[in-house]
Design a protein around this ligand. Structure first.
Ligand code: GDP
Length: 296
């Protein structure tokens, strides 16, 4: 991941590893630099504060000062705390419900919702051997409905037709009914997005949530968005009980901060990472591995 955060932290990590002696005062200096790097990478301030406090707490304990390789020990702590901030282990999807399990996709326009819906369909078919149906409730953009049709076909899943003349709720009901009658395991519901948060959009997706009672409500967010990603995440978290986050465009030249912030701000686990524009460019998010990448 070619991010500013990675470059800064790799440089710091290199410096740290070479430190023969770590004292309380140079731990403070180093943490000041880590703090700067995180802020410059658009990690939200409360998240940075909390992170630094946790690292400092551990670093000033026996673990670092007094260890044979104090630089290494401090890097180890930073790595562990980065991973802990982004999640613990790999958070899988919850599909243990009476089928069809509904997955509601939420997020702003351009975040990668439609692409991710198709990627997830393919992932569910190939990795979980599921029978998958997709549907779009984006009645405002006929092109979005067509786009879902195209990418669903690429994914090898089935697509449920909808038209701009229907209401989103009617589409949702019809798709769920179809999924039940034809024994689909999973129904993926791609919803309308806007360029910015608006109340009508939030009310609409809340109504869809109430109707569909999804097993998963995934918030799709563009990792390149930095601080904006945090604000959007907060707004969606307030409107919907999010069960997971999909961080898209992690392959891009993002500043790397979004991954750290969105989890801490929403409390929802990052479940998937979008790593390319292609239909197979979706991975289960691995916080441990991502922390390693961020540290370079
Ligand atoms: P939506 O408006 O939220 O449905 O967004 P789209 O699914 O139409 O995606 C917007 C753009 O982002 C498209 O050009 C996608 O190809 C691109 N995109 C989505 N996910 C990824 C990703 O993980 N990596 C990259 N590089 N591009 C992505």
């Amino acid at each position: 991941m070619a991010s500013a955060l990675t470059e800064k932290l790799s440089r710091l990590v290199k410096e740290l590893r070479g430190q023969a002696r770590i004292t309380e005062s140079n731990v403070q200096d180093m943490l000041r630099e880590v703090r700067m790097a995180l802020l410059e990478a658009d990690v939200a301030l409360p998240v940075v504060r909390d992170f630094i406090a946790r690292v400092k707490d551990k670093a000033l304990g026996q673990e670092v000062v007094g260890s044979l390789t104090p630089g290494q020990a401090l890097v180890g702590i930073i790595h562990r705390e980065l991973a802990a901030t982004m999640g613990a282990g790999v958070a899988d999807l919850n599909l243990a419900v009476q089928p069809p399990a509904v997955i509601l996709m939420a997020g702003l326009q351009g975040a990668g919702k439609t692409t991710t819906t198709a990627k997830l369909a393919k992932w569910l078919i190939e990795r979980r051997k599921k029978k998958v149906l997709t549907v779009s409730t984006d009645v405002y953009r006929p092109a979005a409905i067509e786009q879902l049709k195209t990418v669903t076909r690429q994914a090898g899943a089935e697509w449920f037709a909808s038209t701009p003349q229907q209401s989103p709720l009617d589409i949702a009901r019809a798709a769920l009914d179809h999924a039940r009658r034809h024994y689909f395991d999973v129904l993926l519901v791609d919803t309308a997005g806007r360029l910015a948060i608006d109340e009508a959009m939030m009310r609409e997706i809340q109504a869809l949530h109430a109707e569909l009672k999804p097993a998963e409500t995934l918030f799709v967010v563009d990792a390149m968005q930095g601080q904006d990603a945090v604000n959007t995440a907060r707004a969606f978290k307030e409107a919907l009980p999010l069960t997971g986050i999909v961080l898209t465009k992690l392959d891009g030249d993002s500043r790397g901060g979004a991954a750290l912030s969105v989890r801490a701000i929403t409390g929802a686990p990052i479940k998937f990472a979008g790593v390319s524009e292609k239909i197979d460019g979706l991975e289960l998010f691995d916080a441990e591995r991502h922390a390693g990448r961020v540290l370079g």
